[in-house]
Design a protein around this ligand. Structure first.
Ligand code: PHE
Length: 359
């Protein structure tokens, strides 16, 4: 027995203690594998101890073997539990990393508190114009943006080939026979629709304004857009005179632009009104003194107007000997431009929030 090295089971408690510590200290699955190698692997102190069992006196072997097996069993169990814990940690970390926080609002942090948006300046202007006219006793009506040639031109006293059609550069739609459907070039076709409906249903007189989008084949510049907005006015009643038209326009001008802004009418031509006029208002930039915006006279053109041509009344079967009327139409975008001193109308359509937020 003297040639056999003593197997010291005295070391078992410290080996066990060291094994527990190593396994518990493993910080991730990789670390755990390394710890298992050194605690339970072939070259571990425990394996060494077991291999030397044969050198023990046979009578001591079973008890020593049992003690070693119990230690192995405990350490294997610890390794198993540590593996579960680490897997759970990993799952939790992945959940935290993948979490989609839908309540996170980046603008809140970057741009300051959230602001509620507001209507576009053109829409606000349209509503203010409607309110002004409603306050003067008008109703508000609307019509389609895609119009037939008849409503946009022919019923407005412009038969096919009429040279006055050249006043409106027109977009045609590929609908029906060629050149029969247009994107309306003005809101005047809604006059025809209102008069037709009122005549058929016995709803005359008419006192209405008709706002809406219009289209012209134009290259946009500081004062023109290819897509723009107009508001049309139409009164058809008994004994309507040019004085009613002039008074209505002056009342509107003061109500909308303020008491120091006035209107004037200058003779002009439209196929659907007779007589016709351009209506101008005091330049809102120089208040009449003369400036670059109004090209000196101190007046700025807002739109067209006139007495409804008897030929137009006849086209919708309204008796011109019983009824007469006036009409006007002007640009909503142009109104916004003048009221807010906007140098270039194109800014209204570029959708730069830094510009739009100001209004
Ligand atoms: N529709 C005309 C235009 O767009 C304006 C107008 C309307 C003129 C009503 C007279 C009467 O140019």
């Amino acid at each position: 027995m003297s040639d056999r090295p003593t197997v010291s089971l005295d070391e078992l408690p410290s080996i066990l203690e060291e094994g527990r510590r190593e396994l518990a200290a493993a910080a991730d699955p990789e670390g755990l594998r390394t710890a298992e190698q050194s605690v339970l692997g072939k070259r571990s102190p425990l394996a060494g101890l077991r291999a030397s069992l044969g050198r023990l006196d046979p009578s001591e072997r079973p008890a020593a073997g049992q003690r070693i097996e119990r230690a192995l069993h405990e350490l294997r169990g610890l390794a198993e539990r540590r593996r579960d814990e680490l897997a759970e940690d990993q799952r939790r970390a992945a959940l935290v990393a993948d979490r989609l926080d839908l309540t996170e609002v980046v603008v809140d942090q970057v741009l300051g508190p959230i602001r509620r948006g507001h209507l576009h300046l053109v829409t606000q202007t349209q509503h203010e114009l409607e309110d002004t006219f409603v306050g003067m006793g008008f109703e508000v009506a609307e019509g389609p943006e895609a119009e037939t040639d008849w409503y946009n031109f022919e019923a407005l006293n412009m038969p096919p080939g009429h040279p006055a059609r050249g006043m409106w550069d027109t977009f045609y739609l590929k609908l029906g026979r060629p050149e029969t459907v247009v994107l309306r070039t003005h809101t005047s076709p809604v006059q025809i629709r209102l008069m037709e409906g009122a005549e058929q249903e016995g709803r005359l007189p008419i006192h209405s304004v008709m706002p809406g989008r219009c289209y012209r084949r134009e290259t946009p510049d500081a004062r023109h857009l290819a897509i723009f907005h107009q508001i049309e006015g139409l009164v058809v009643d008994r004994h309507i005179t040019f004085g009613d038209l002039a008074g209505t326009i002056e009342t509107f001008t003061g109500a909308y632009f303020g008491p120091d802004i006035h209107s004037r009418l200058r003779p002009s031509y439209f196929p659907f009104t007779e007589p016709s006029a351009e209506f101008e208002i005091t330049c809102t930039i120089c208040h009449g003194a003369g400036c670059r915006t109004c090209s000196q006279p101190g007046w700025i053109e807002l739109g067209g107007c006139g007495m409804v041509d008897p030929a137009v009344l006849a086209a919708v079967s309204i008796d011109p000997s019983q009824w007469s009327g006036f009409a006007f139409g002007f640009g909503i975008d142009r109104c916004a431009q003048m009221r807010h001193g906007i140098a270039d109308l194109r800014s209204l359509m570029e959708n730069d929030v830094r510009f739009l937020r100001q209004f």
